[in-house]
Design a protein around this ligand. Structure first.
Ligand code: ZN
Length: 134
C-alpha cells in the first residue's frame, strides 16, 4: 500500500489546509468528449484544470498515455488538476515520468500548451521531456 504511505508526505509538501491528492491512470481523450482518466480499478474520473491544462487535455496525441496528476478531488469522479506551472501533470513514457511540452524547432521555443508557435505560428510538435532537464 504505497499510496497510503505517500499521502501524509504529499499533504505536508502542499503546505496548505487543502489536502493535496494525486490521480493516476490512463488518459482517455475522445473527440468532443470531456477528458477522463481511467484508473487501474477501471473507474472513470473527469478532469478539469486551468486554461493551459484544458488545452493540453484537448490534445488527441496524448490519448492513451498513462498520467500522474496532482490536484484534488472535487467529487468522487471529478478531479481538479493543480495549475500547470506547478508541473501538476506528468505522463509516463518508457517507464519514466515526463513533462508535456511543445517545441518549435525553427525558433527553438518551448511552450506548455499545444498550438501554433508564438513566434512563427507554425504548429509545434509534442515533446515529452524529463522534468529534471527543463
Ligand atoms: Zn516558431
Amino acid at each position: 500500500m504505497r499510496f497510503c504511505l505517500c499521502l501524509p508526505v504529499l499533504v505536508l509538501a502542499a503546505g496548505s489546509a487543502l489536502a493535496a491528492d494525486s490521480l493516476r491512470g490512463k488518459l482517455v481523450l475522445g473527440d468532443g468528449k470531456p477528458p477522463v482518466v481511467e484508473t487501474a480499478e477501471h473507474k472513470l474520473v473527469a478532469l478539469d484544470g486551468d486554461e493551459p491544462t484544458r488545452k493540453v487535455l484537448g490534445d488527441q496525441r496524448l490519448n492513451g498515455f498513462e498520467v500522474e496528476a496532482k490536484g484534488r478531488f472535487t467529487a468522487p469522479d471529478h478531479f481538479l488538476i493543480d495549475p500547470i506551472h506547478t508541473r501538476s501533470m506528468l505522463v509516463r513514457q518508457d517507464g519514466k515520468l515526463r513533462m508535456v511540452t511543445y517545441w518549435c524547432d525553427i525558433c527553438s521555443i518551448r511552450s506548455f500548451t499545444p498550438g501554433p508557435c508564438v513566434c512563427c505560428q507554425r504548429e509545434t510538435t509534442l515533446d515529452l521531456r524529463d522534468p529534471d532537464e527543463l
